[in-house]
Write a protein that binds this ligand. Sequence first.
Ligand SMILES: Cc1cc2nc3c(=O)[nH]c(=O)nc-3n(C[C@H](O)[C@H](O)[C@H](O)COP(=O)(O)O)c2cc1C
Length: 208
Amino acid sequence: MELYEAIKKRRTIRDFENEAIPSEIIERIINAGLQAPTNDHMRDWHYIVIQDKNTVIKLLDIIPKGISDEDMEQLLKDWNLSDSEQQSAYRNAVPKQHKMLMDASVVVIPLLKQKTDILHPDNISHLNGFASIWCSIENIFLASTAEGYACTLRVPLGDEDKYAKDVLGFPNDYFMPCFIGIGKPKKDASIIKQKDINVKDRIHWDRW
Ligand SMILES: Cc1cc2nc3c(=O)[nH]c(=O)nc-3n(C[C@H](O)[C@H](O)[C@H](O)COP(=O)(O)O)c2cc1C
């Protein structure tokens, strides 16, 4: 698939078919992740690729399996989500947080080695490792798209990352930025409408 086509086609999918992904394709996808730009030339990234359903069940046990209507309304208020399109995107995505990863063919946990306290950086460069792993994550999304699959992701809330460390046994100095689910989109999978933004409105030639 041509690059611009993959960029255009990549969309977050949260409704997956029950279909395994061949290991060699997973390897190609993760290898694309490993070729992302890196801040320190080390690419000290690891990827835990979980296919075993019992491990997935255990890993996701801490993630809420749904949300009541009242809690959803409260969340929209607490997060100050007043835009109606944004609200409907959250109404679609929040209830699926557990199921989307449960139904994905594979759950991938990307890991970066974090030498400083990521929540209290002294300066922006202390976040370079974190920025780099997100480049790797985008490569994984684009490669998955090019292979005919789709991705979803969840940023861990509360103690979900500590819990994942216990379940998966990764070392203490590795940090998990998100859960990734990869799978074949269901035929009727929702694709959430995004804002239509004209590039001409966002480019500032020479100065703002
Ligand atoms: C940094 C980041 C954090 C995100 N966190 C979540 C999340 O916790 N749960 C989720 O379902 N989607 C999450 N998403 C996916 C976004 O909801 C999605 O990318 C956005 O709606 C744009 O849609 P698109 O990916 O289809 O273009 C996250 C995306 C990014 C880049």
